[in-house]
Design a protein. Structure first.
Length: 252
C-alpha cells in the first residue's frame, strides 16, 4: 500500500525540519509525503528546498486556513491510505508507518488510530501530556471520546465517499470529520495501543480561552448536525479527559 502523509505548514521554519526527518527515517518505503504551505514568509521554503526527493509534492500558495490546506492535500494525494502530520509534530519512532500499514492490511478495516503525547515546545523528549485512546464503541463521542487526529489514518476512498474537512468549522473541522466518519457513517476502525505521534504544545485552539470556548461551541454544533444532543456532561467528560492526560504515562 502507498501511504500519503500530508503536512500543512505556514511560517514553520523552526520545526518543519524535524517533521520531515521523522518521515524520511521511516522503515516503510512506499510513502508519499505531501507538504501544503500557506505562502510562508520565513525560511520554510528553504527548509523544503533542502528536503530532497523524500518530499513528493510541495504546494505553496495562500489558503483559507489549516483545514482548507488539508483539503488541498487530500485533492492531490494518491496513496491508498492518508494521514496528516502537523508541521510541528513528529512520528514517534521509525516503524510508525509500518505499524499503520500492518493494521490496515485487512481490506475490511477502514481506518486506524493510536496514542499521542504532548511534548515541550523545545524538547521533543520532555513529555507533558499523554493522550491515550481506546477501541471505539458507538456513543463514545457523546462521552467526550475522540481519537487524536494526528494519529488517524484512513483509506483515501473514505474521503472520496464522505468528503473532507467542512470549512464551516474553523477550529473543530477535524472533530466534525471524525464524528461524521465514526458516528454518522459507522466506519470500521482499529486502535493501535502505542504512541504514534509526538505533538509540541501549542496550536490555534489552545492559544486563548476564547478559542477554547469557540471550539466547544463548534463541537456542539457538529453534534447537532448529525442529530446528536451534547449536554453539559459531554464537556465535563472532555475536561476530565484532558486533566487525566497530565497524569498518565505511556508504555513506550
Amino acid at each position: 500500500m502507498k501511504i500519503s502523509i500530508i503536512t500543512v505548514c505556514f511560517n514553520s521554519a523552526d520545526t518543519l525540519a524535524a517533521t520531515l526527518r521523522s518521515v524520511r527515517e521511516q522503515t516503510y518505503q512506499d510513502i508519499e509525503h505531501i507538504v501544503i504551505d500557506g505562502g510562508s514568509t520565513d525560511k520554510t521554503m528553504e527548509v523544503l528546498a533542502s528536503a530532497g526527493p523524500h518530499v513528493a509534492k510541495i504546494v505553496s500558495e495562500p489558503d483559507r486556513g489549516i483545514y482548507d490546506a488539508m483539503n488541498k492535500g487530500l485533492a492531490v494525494a494518491t496513496g491508498d491510505i492518508v494521514g496528516f502530520l502537523n508541521s510541528d509534530d513528529v512520528l514517534s519512532h521509525a516503524a510508525v508507518v509500518s505499524t499503520i500499514a500492518g493494521a490496515l492490511t485487512d481490506p475490511a478495516i477502514d481506518a486506524c488510530y493510536g496514542d499521542l503525547v504532548y511534548v515541550a515546545q523545545h524538547d521533543l523528549n520532555k513529555l507533558v501530556r499523554y493522550w491515550k485512546s481506546s477501541d471505539y464503541r458507538p456513543g463514545l463521542f457523546e462521552r467526550g471520546w475522540v481519537p487524536a487526529h494526528p494519529t488517524f489514518y484512513a483509506r483515501r476512498t473514505l474521503y472520496q465517499r464522505y468528503g473532507g474537512f467542512d470549512l464551516q468549522f474553523r477550529l473543530a473541522a477535524d472533530f466534525e470529520m471524525l464524528l461524521r466518519l465514526f458516528e454518522a457513517h459507522n466506519i470500521v476502525s482499529v486502535y493501535i495501543p502505542e504512541v504514534l505521534v509526538k505533538m509540541r504544545l501549542g496550536g490555534a485552539t489552545n492559544v486563548s480561552f476564547e478559542n477554547v470556548r469557540r471550539q466547544n461551541m463548534e463541537i456542539a454544533r457538529a453534534f447537532r448536525k448529525y442529530g446528536l444532543q451534547p449536554g453539559l456532561k459531554l464537556f465535563a467528560f472532555r475536561l476530565m479527559s484532558r486533566l487525566s492526560q497530565f497524569l498518565r504515562k505511556p508504555v513506550r
